[in-house]
Design a protein around this ligand. Structure first.
Ligand code: NAD
Length: 351
């Protein structure tokens, strides 16, 4: 990496799905920086065979990013000059949790980082910050953040992103950047691909919501992690820092696919091909979503289908990553098929 002396990187949220791939990528940078993880949970005891890093080479700091004392301790003892902030509560949490972690927590990280000599602050935002339920065709960084947000998660990710970009201060050598990945999948993902596999096991894969003409971005997790290393490097390099700092970048696999294509590739790789599909079109699915929501209120059970989920599944959502290619030198090195193969391999290894 471009910097004098040995670099120390603090990965906030480093024990998570993306976090472990960030460790792997920074571990393989030459010369290797010191790698510190800051998370509310420890690294998993069993790591995928696909990772080359050794847990013993990583220093873990257990703490809460909303605590000034916890973050101060981790930054002081790590001496980190690079901080990657990829922690966030998952989808489906309360607004209060999102406010606390994404907004107040990011504010806390920024202020302690500024005080304690962090030079490069890389924020994992989300492509969802520009999504409000309307189609996104080839969306790029000039697209505005919608006035009415899709949900509390995307709203608070957008607020945090804005704080990160505004904190960029070249005269004080505190440089920030925000990456907006879309639809991350890969080894360690406990939501998307495992969820698809269980749909097939339950015999539900023949049901298709929407007409499947909508293009969607899925991004292999290792590519997302590569983008973070590139971003840190570009911030630290005086020849590129003024161009990339204070900027946002969409990060995808640059190969939009029809929404159901990923699911069907996973099912096919598992030897499961449906002879026919039962299509529930968008208006009907939204209606069914409202019904399901209504009955779930009566029964107190989680609704299977919601209008929100239908809108996500049926919308066009693909992005233009020219800016990341041009300014960060980003290239999605693992294509979708290979990414799915790696994911299935990991699932078989860990089952
Ligand atoms: P994840 O839940 O696997 O990882 C997040 C990590 O943050 C976890 O290890 C968690 O323990 C940690 N964390 C949460 N709250 C914390 C707190 N208060 N203090 C310290 N650590 C805390 O999530 P992920 O899928 O790896 O997502 C990583 C980042 O990428 C998130 O910022 C997310 O918003 C963003 N993102 C994810 C996707 C996706 O499809 N998964 C898409 C776009 C953006």
């Amino acid at each position: 990496m471009a910097s004098e002396g040995q670099l120390s990187v603090l990965l906030v949220g480093g024990a998570g799905f993306l976090g472990l791939h960030l460790i792997e990528k920074f571990y393989n940078v030459s010369p290797r920086p010191k790698i510190h993880v800051f998370d509310v949970r420890p690294l998993p005891e069993k790591l995928s065979k696909q990772f080359t890093f050794k847990a013993a080479d990583i220093t873990t700091h257990i703490g809460d990013l909303t605590s000034e004392a916890d973050v101060t301790l981790a930054l002081q003892s790590s001496g980190a000059n690079v901080l990657v902030h990829s922690a966030s509560p998952m989808h489906g949490c309360s607004q209060e949790i999102y406010e606390k972690v994404n907004v107040q927590g990011t504010r806390n990280l920024l202020s302690v980082s500024q005080k304690l000599g962090v030079r490069a602050f890389v924020y994992t935002s989300s492509a969802g910050v520009i999504f409000n339920g309307q189609d996104i065709h080839n969306g790029d960084e000039t697209w505005p953040i919608p006035e009415v947000p899709m949900d509390g998660y995307n709203e608070t990710k957008a607020i945090a992103e804005d704080m990160v970009l505004k904190a960029n201060n070249r005269s004080q050598d505190f440089l920030t950047i925000a990456l907006r990945p879309a639809g991350i999948f890969g080894p360690g993902d406990r939501q998307l691909v495992p969820g698809l596999r269980s749909v097939a096991k339950l015999g539900q894969s023949k049901f298709q919501i929407g007409d499947n003409n909508n293009l969607f971005d899925w991004t292999y997790v290792g590519n997302v992690a590569d983008a973070h290393v590139l971003a840190a490097n570009k911030l630290l390099d005086p020849s590129s820092s003024s161009v990339v700092s204070g900027e946002t970048f969409f990060i995808t696999n640059d190969s939009p696919a029809y929404f159901w294509a990923l699911a069907r590739t996973v099912w096919k790789a598992d030897g499961h091909i449906d002879k026919y599909n039962i299509v529930l079109n968008r208006p009907l699915a939204i209606f069914a979503g409202y019904l399901s929501q209504f009955f779930s209120k009566l029964t107190g059970k989680e609704p299977g289908l919601t209008p929100f989920r239908v809108k996500i599944v049926c919308a066009y959502r693909y992005h233009n990553i020219s800016k990341a290619k041009r300014l960060l030198g980003y290239k999605p090195l693992v294509d979708i098929e290979e990414g799915i193969a790696k994911t299935l391999q990991w699932m078989d290894e860990s089952s």
